[in-house]
Design a protein around this ligand. Structure first.
Ligand code: NI
Length: 133
C-alpha cells in the first residue's frame, strides 16, 4: 500500500507520552506506534458498531479439571456460526493452551469470549479482535 507523509503538531507533553509509548512497546519508530493506535481505535469503533470482526480467544487452563473441557465444549457448540477453528496445545504436563479462531458480529464474539473466559478454573483468557477489511 502506498505510504503518505504528513506532519503532526503535538504538545511537548503529548510527544513525551508518545515516545514513552514507543519505547515501552518496542515500536521501531513513532509512525509504527501511531499506525497501531489508529488501527486499534478503528477496530474498537467497529466493535462498538457491532460490525463483522475476526479474532481469537486465547485460554490457558489445567486439563486435570475435566469440567472445564466439557463446559467449554458445551458453550462452543452454541456458536458454530462464529467459530472457525480451535487448536489445543499441551504446554506442559498440566497446562493447556486453547486458541479459538472466531469471526462474526463483535457483540456475539464478546458474548462467547465472556462465557468461555469466565469458566471456573480458566487461568487466563483473552479475546483479540481485528477488523476484517
Ligand atoms: Ni492439553
Amino acid at each position: 500500500m502506498p505510504v503518505s507523509r504528513f506532519s503532526i503538531s503535538l504538545e511537548e507533553e503529548l510527544l513525551k507520552d508518545l515516545d514513552l509509548y514507543v519505547k515501552d512497546n518496542n515500536f521501531p519508530n513513532r509512525s509504527q506506534a501511531l499506525r497501531h493506535l489508529i488501527e486499534k481505535n478503528i477496530v474498537e469503533k467497529k466493535w462498538q458498531c457491532n460490525n463483522i470482526v475476526a479474532g481469537a480467544i486465547v485460554m490457558i487452563y489445567d486439563h486435570h479439571k475435566k469440567e472445564i473441557l466439557s463446559r467449554s465444549n458445551d458453550i462452543q457448540h452454541d456458536y458454530t456460526e462464529e467459530i472457525l477453528s480451535s487448536q489445543h496445545y499441551h504446554l506442559s504436563h498440566d497446562i493447556c493452551l486453547e486458541i479459538v479462531a472466531v469471526k462474526g458480529r463483535a457483540q456475539r464474539l464478546t458474548e462467547l469470549s465472556d462465557k468461555l473466559i469466565s469458566i471456573k478454573g480458566i487461568k487466563h483468557g483473552k479475546l483479540i479482535m481485528s477488523k476484517t477489511d
